[in-house]
Design a protein around this ligand. Sequence first.
Ligand SMILES: Cc1cc2nc3c(=O)[nH]c(=O)nc-3n(C[C@H](O)[C@H](O)[C@H](O)COP(=O)(O)O)c2cc1C
Length: 350
Amino acid sequence: MLFTLLVWILIRYMGKFNKNPNNLKSSFSLVWILIRYMGKFGLLQYISRKKAKISKRKENKSHRMYNWKEIVKTHKNTQRKICLLSEGYYEHSFQFTSSLFTGKGDYMKVMIISGSHKGREGNTLIMVEEFLKGAEEAGAETENIFLIEKNIGYCKGKFECWLKTPGTCTIRDDMDDLLPRFMASDIVVFACPVYFDNVPAIMKNFIDRLAPVLLPHFEEDEMGEYRHAKRYEKFPKIAVISNAGLPGQTNFEVESLFFKRLARTFHTELIAEIYRGEGEIFRGKSNIILKPLLGKYKKLLRCAGRELVENQKLSEKTIKELEKPIVPASLYIKFGNEEWDRLCEENKVD
Ligand SMILES: Cc1cc2nc3c(=O)[nH]c(=O)nc-3n(C[C@H](O)[C@H](O)[C@H](O)COP(=O)(O)O)c2cc1C
């Protein structure tokens, strides 16, 4: 109605002005005013909103992508229930305490996947704990999953999660619970020691079981390489925390490449890599000489946790400091070998 009225005014007055060529300028002014007010009355916004909706629908259809995080919000006073529904295959729910949410219901969810075979006794945990303190200080909701405590079977390699039950693995184990939580996270930190230059077996097994979140179809990425298309619109951003028993940062070359490739495969970003050689040093946490040195390193990890939540990246300064050895390699080797001798003696079975 309003639109018709505006068009009528435009045609009538443009005709009038155009009889006199001197009034052409005023005619353009009138057009400008009309366009401006059309915008104000919401017509332009309405048209562009409609267009965006149509193109979104087309995009979803062509890529067969679905939103994982959905249908949230049944909340009581102190507890909220998050339901993750996806294509009807997953219907999973779990509860958080209200403190995990900020006032607006916005929160950053950081999930640690801990892959040390030593679980809660591991050196990796010492790094993770400090990082988590920082992340929590910055307001994130965090959880730390110890893979060694979970029942996670091997991928059968038959692509049943793509063919038989698209989007769901046919193995019933702890991945039923972990995968939706993983996908609902904003940042997932893979935390593990180096085992012969690579990630430990339980970590690799967990990663293999992420296959259901991809589609079988091949596609070319922006670099001209090939990968599987994604099933879901959003995959969490990923980060790595790792320690190795030997000194030097070259122990992490394979892991670093692996996680870079993994981020590409899962259509996401690797936003932080925290690697620490001399990992056995964490066992000396109560040693009078090591304590202050470890304290300084722990502070850096805490700072990294805060930065990652606040900026989704680490500052150049933090990266540089984290790369510095805690003690010189020669000292680590000398005292490390003495410690191995002592342990060999202590643990000898006669
Ligand atoms: C099977 C195995 C393989 C390992 N391979 C390496 C290695 O290639 N390079 C290295 O620096 N440390 C290696 N380590 C040492 C661990 O990375 C180191 O002990 C680490 O601190 C263990 O972390 P965690 O206590 O969290 O499990 C290996 C340890 C094990 C058990």
